[in-house]
Write a protein that binds this ligand. Structure first.
Ligand SMILES: Nc1nc2c(ncn2[C@@H]2O[C@H](COP(=O)(O)OP(=O)(O)O)[C@@H](O)[C@H]2O)c(=O)[nH]1
Ligand SMILES: [Mg+2]
Length: 213
């Protein structure tokens, strides 16, 4: 099992995707970031357990749908970002969600809804309840509000992502192990022994093509 977490940040331009990653990575806010011109990648050491590396794709606001699809297939985590001070970016979340939901595995992928710029309370156009309702409506795994500017909830974001990824990975292993166990005990449940000399204990495989079956 890979110890890398692949994360994509998706959202309208200027919602703060690069600033969130930068704020976590460098531990300070840089108001002079250049606009992302293409898909950017950052490799960061997770600062909580130190066990997991976080690999972030920061997408430009106008990233082509095909690029989003290709990256979604690869990612463990998709963070859908909107700007709390810009209603249009919140509405756009539905479009992005529509694209990604068709191209991810819900059992494997963690989808996060993130409202950024909590520090700008005067400019707020999307309140916490609206964000939370959208999270419930879209059934995203996590909902969080952050400020890349003040650092509010930035560490918590990555911590929660890591916890959620671990949970999903453990669940996949559990299901896989259960399926293996079920397969092994199934013949005993049926209490089946092939009447010919092949000693097959599976009633459905027809491995011996026994004419007595
Ligand atoms: N007030 C405030 N401004 C922010 C915050 N995060 C980003 N910005 C500003 O929003 C603008 C766009 O940020 P950027 O990270 O480039 O957005 P991106 O296009 O989504 O990557 C920049 O001027 C940032 O300084 C935040 O949490 N609060
Ligand atoms: Mg950017």
């Amino acid at each position: 099992m890979s110890d890398l977490i692949y994360i994509s940040f998706i959202g309208e331009k200027t919602v703060g995707k690069s600033s969130i990653v930068d704020s976590y990575d460098s531990k300070h806010y840089n108001p002079d970031l250049y606009a992302t011109k293409r898909v950017e990648t950052h490799i960061m050491k997770n600062s909580f357990t130190g066990e997991l590396n976080v690999y972030v794709y920061d997408m430009a606001g106008e990233t082509h749908e095909a690029t989003i699809i290709a990256l979604c297939a690869k990612c463990d985590v998709i963070v859908l970002v909107y700007d709390k001070t810009y209603k249009k970016s919140f509405r756009k979340i539905d479009d992005f969600h529509n694209i990604i939901i068709q191209h991810i595995y819900p059992e494997k992928s963690v989808v996060v809804l993130l409202g950024n710029k909590t520090d700008d309370t005067l400019g707020e156009q999307v309140n916490t309840d609206e964000g939370y309702n959208k999270h419930q409506y879209l059934k995203t795994d996590l909902f969080i509000e952050t400020s890349a500017k003040t650092g509010y909830n930035i560490n918590e974001l990555f911590q929660k992502i890591e916890e959620e990824v671990k949970k999903k990975r453990e669940r996949i292993i559990e299901v896989f192990q259960k399926e293996e166990t079920d397969y092994l005990i199934e013949p005993q449940i049926h209490n089946y022994i092939c009447p010919c000399s092949c000693r097959c204990i599976c009633p459905s495989c027809r491995c011996c093509e026994c004419t007595l079956l």
